[in-house]
Design a protein around this ligand. Sequence first.
Ligand code: ZN
Length: 484
Amino acid sequence: MRMTYRCFVLPLAVLGLAGCARNPVTGAREFVMMTEAQEIALGRESDEQVRNQLGLYDDEELQQYVSEIGLQMAARSHRPDLPWSFAVVDSPAVNAFAIPGGYIYLTRGIMAFLGDEADLAGVLGHEIGHVTARHSVQAYTRASGAQLGLAVGSIFSPAARAVGGAAQSGLGVLLLRYGRDAELQADRLGAQYAGETGWDPNGVRDMLSTLSRLSEGGDSRGVPGWLSTHPAASDRVARVGPVIEELGTRLDFDELRVNRAGYFDRIDGLMFGDNPDQGIVRGRDFLHPVLRFALQFPEGWEVVNTPTQVVVQQPGEEVYMLLQLVTDPTTTDLERLADDTMREGGYRLDSGGNTRIGDLDAFVGTFTGAQTDAGEPRARVAYIDYDGTIYVVGGLTGAESYDQVESEFNTSIRSFRSLSPAEAEDIRPNRLRFYTVRDGETWQSIAQNASESIIPPNTLAIMNGVPVNEQPRPGDRIKIAVEG
Ligand SMILES: [Zn+2]
């Protein structure tokens, strides 16, 4: 375990070659620092990180389904010979992203917001477009002067928060912005690949409309600032229209697949929100029913859970808390373990001592890290022994702001406690189910009653492809989420 100040950034791999290459989509010559072989190698390496750190969603049939559609579309793309790979990652965020070399990921979160198979093809096509037009390679090349890791773009910007956060922290990946033109080009390519492979390209427009509604009226908690520079989703909806019309002049849309019923069957029972096996975030509480512990973070801070660590940030500030396990502790002496592992991360112990947190043994200390251009980091860190498993909970910030947040760090650290079997038993995931709308029902009433208040009414409307000011019609089969 390492706690380095800017631990959220991976050092850039040194790339040996630079030169010109033809863009596979436009045919234009462009300066890239990466050969195709290097691109594939980078993708393969990054794919391993994504799989390890975000984890794949445990539903083999759904993985197969997404992969088959993706592979069919990729085979018709401008770069059919890449080692294409499509996977659904176990994240509740609404997002999709591509990394160089043809590795494409959808979150299980986005699956719940798509209305049919054509929407799914639209998302896959958009991400394929980022790869075929070498946007991710270009972004990587542009960024290579800075300290960046992978180039990961996100299609579903408004709700990218969770994955964006995870990407910047747990993944060690910086979420790179594609330019406005790159996004519009990916939308066009997405529509083209979908249509030419046999799916209704209107799916691109539909999923962009959903994106637009999410960014405008939906759940906008913690939308990161960089969204302000992202092309507006509503603009993208308008821009992709002519491309779809042009496709209509050479494709018979009636022959193209939409397959709403088939898509609904595939996502019936899909996990919605956090997966309790990885610990869940409920407000400011972090609960882990499998490892049987709970912890409370400061009010209003953003909590991002990844399979390897929990990263919490005071909104807009360079103030973080981290929670993780010490894998293979070298000693059972908590003070020595703390000193050793923190030293490895470049920190020296200023003060600290053995203590009890609840009924658990712990060592809590204050550490100072090596000076960086971001300043001198200071950390308050606890090593807690819970039945032989060592948890590390720490707060981290620059020395100048440390005093203002120390008490919040301490309160969180002190809130670490075990969960009783009954409490653990009580924590179940939410799942996607279907519901037929009855006479007189509104999103408000359905959200409250049928959906057990798991999803707010506006989000429920958006999830079902409807503007928030329009009510569902009696007899409609809609998506809801229920516990268990
Ligand atoms: Zn995109």
